[in-house]
Design a protein around this ligand. Sequence first.
Ligand SMILES: N[C@@H](CCC(=O)N[C@@H](CS)C(=O)NCC(=O)O)C(=O)O
Length: 265
Amino acid sequence: MDLYQFELSAYCEKVRLALDAKGLAYRKVEVTPGVGQIEVFQKSGQRRVPVLVDGAETIADSTAILHYLDRQYPDAPILPEDRRDRALCWLLEDWADSVLTPQAAKLVPLVWGGDAATRSALLPDGTPEPIKTLLGAVPQELFSAISTGVGGGPETLRTARQGVETALMFLVERLEDRAYLVGDRPTVADFAVAAGTLALKVPAGPYLDVPSGLRGRGVPGIADSALYAPFFEWRDRLYETVRTPGASQGTPPTTSGPTPIVIES
Ligand SMILES: N[C@@H](CCC(=O)N[C@@H](CS)C(=O)NCC(=O)O)C(=O)O
């Protein structure tokens, strides 16, 4: 299978978690934002990633891909059998995709830099240097791929931040005495929520093909807050359970025929 993707896209990460949970081998095809999306459009009739190509099947949209995978590869199901659990799963996945993920993505500028006025309006004194300053141009390019639609002044960011923090508070409560959001094994709800919070804190483990300096970094006051630590610990346990580092293959961003390489984690 080929997964057309952006490495730091939450919707792509959601699909990768599902592929990993099912133990399905796949090859990452890193898409160059803009020009690379022409190929995505030619393949799928729309320009967004993720797009999964599985033999003759081409599927766009993370939710459609996860449901396709569960139908096509029923081993290690990622949807609960119980219809009430299924309903809750659907609701949580939809909420994560349409509310949590876009709100978290709005905070991306705070991770890699943002303008000075926004940072000083929103971040406490003594906040560490932005990642952009620490690591140079590469991360900005990585983040810009997922920053489509991100914008607005400090007020928009403040609202997004409040929404995210409220959600994290309730997620901490929900996960206090359970390993998974619904039922007793990982489901689409876990993948959508874990992936949707990628922009808040990049997992510290070797789970993504990103510069090592990005690992464990995130939105100041969220990624490093004791209040939300139980959530990120839950997410780390989920990664330990479902992801084998280096199991997938990747290709560098390209618009022509991909050349397979293994990306070192
Ligand atoms: N509903 C879609 C959303 C996909 C999406 O928004 N992808 C973003 C990357 S995070 C994208 O491709 N943005 C580029 C664009 O809109 O041109 C899904 O769940 O897959």
